[in-house]
Design a protein around this ligand. Structure first.
Ligand SMILES: [Zn+2]
Length: 118
């Protein structure tokens, strides 16, 4: 558990919020021109970083408004909270090293997508 400072309500327990996934995913301008693989990448492929990640959060048990959070997913440290529509802030930080030395990108969807494009 950790606290999140909702930009509209103030500091609340994390249990009042839902994470909406990676922030700053831009819808393609011409979706009809995309291949099935490109459309699937847009819909489903996310980075799933162990470390500093930009996420959308919703205060679902409060004001129900959305906002963006920069969070270290390894420690749950929140580095910045800003409104939807704002440009992603420049965040300086060290991503933590993993115990076995694997890359910060997890073994989830991004790895599969990354390998497919090579
Ligand atoms: Zn709120």
């Amino acid at each position: 558990m950790f606290l999140i400072n909702c930009p509209h309500c103030g500091e609340r327990d994390q249990s009042e919020f839902n994470c909406g996934g990676e922030a700053h995913i831009v819808r393609p301008k011409n979706p009809l021109n995309l291949t099935d693989d490109q459309w699937a990448d847009y819909l489903f492929m996310r980075k799933n970083i162990k470390g500093i990640q930009f996420e959308r959060w919703n205060h679902s048990n409060g004001c129900r408004r959305w906002f963006n959070v920069v969070r270290n997913t390894a420690t749950d440290e929140i580095l910045k909270i800003y409104n939807i529509g704002e440009k992603a802030p420049q965040i300086e930080g060290n991503n933590p090293k993993t115990p076995s030395g694997e890359p910060i990108i997890g073994s989830g969807n991004y790895s599969t997508s990354f390998e497919k494009k090579q």
